[in-house]
Design a protein around this ligand. Sequence first.
Ligand SMILES: *Cc1c(COP(=O)(O)O)cnc(C)c1O
Length: 381
Amino acid sequence: MIPYGKQEIDQSDIDAVIQTLKGDWITSGPKIDEFEKAIAEYVGAKHAVAVNSGTSALDIAVGALELPEGSEIITTPFTFVATSNCILYNGCKPIFADIDLKTYNIDPDEIRKKITKKTKAIIYVDYAGQPCDIDEIREIAQEHDLKLIEDAAHAIGAEYKGKKVGSLADMTEFSFHPVKHITTGEGGIVTSNNEELVKKMRMLRNHGMDRSLRERLGPNASYAYDIKTLGRNYRITDIQCALGYSQLKKLDGIIEKRTRIAAAYAKAFDEMDGITTPFVKNDVKHAWHLYTILLDKGMDRDKFFNEMRTREIGVNVHYIPIYMFSYYKKLEGAAMDKNNFPNTNDVFSRIITLPLYPGLETIEIEKVVNAVRECTNSDKG
Ligand SMILES: *Cc1c(COP(=O)(O)O)cnc(C)c1O
């Protein structure tokens, strides 16, 4: 089976991890600072706070806003469930806004329709690695005094109007899960230019403590610390950060390879009936976390999916809309009626994710393309 995504670990990554294992610090040590600084510099942000998952990163980002219970946060339903779970963890209410039919990103006009007196923030997701209409979203945020969190789990290295994502929102989250561009096994990070928010996030990842372990060591340091807020243990290890730091050096090459594979797919599918390839806006640099195709209306996506899997192509579906999950449907006062999201329903019913990762060989790309050709034809027949 050709998987839809896969990490790329080489000897230099392995060496970096082993070197860290032999050192004094395997957690809460200097590799974390080094990784945070390198990521902040790469994306053009002042600060970065690394944690043990992208989900934890989203959680501390929402937590740092210290919003009153019951505040509303507008987000897309066409995302991984972590994007909205982090809203619930913090006692707030996720309000979904429908997506744009071309980019599958949240539609700014739909955001406007969902704003109430309780709206405090927007979490937008750069679906598949294509940045949202960020200027428009920022305009809405300024008009209504809302905070912005960018879920850029798909979009490290992506650019919007010539600027890397990472400092365009108040806080930006990246994930280092193995299917993402670079990995730490599990891991995530928040980048931000706002020092106050960064200070709060550092406390939230470490039990709410106002001083880190290293600040409490050394000849003249006191043992004392205070608990300022209710935090968690979301710490990432030095072992993971050593891997992440080593991986980051290869990120530009990884994006280049992903972009080349996406272009090869686009070229192969250009003349093929029955499918639509991804639309790319001209003011962005796409990071290509996912390569999706949209089947024509009337075709049976689930049948297509099964036939591709039979041919050992590890296709996937990104994403099942969050309002379809039973836990979300049960939420009190939830506006989870699927009739509110015609575009998301339409895209969900027809979308398929194809394999895309740096190590995907030309011969495998051909195998995927041939399988798509066969399965679209068999679907018509
Ligand atoms: C991967 C991902 C996350 C974070 O996931 P983790 O597995 O916790 O790192 C968040 N949002 C989206 C859209 C993602 O794809």
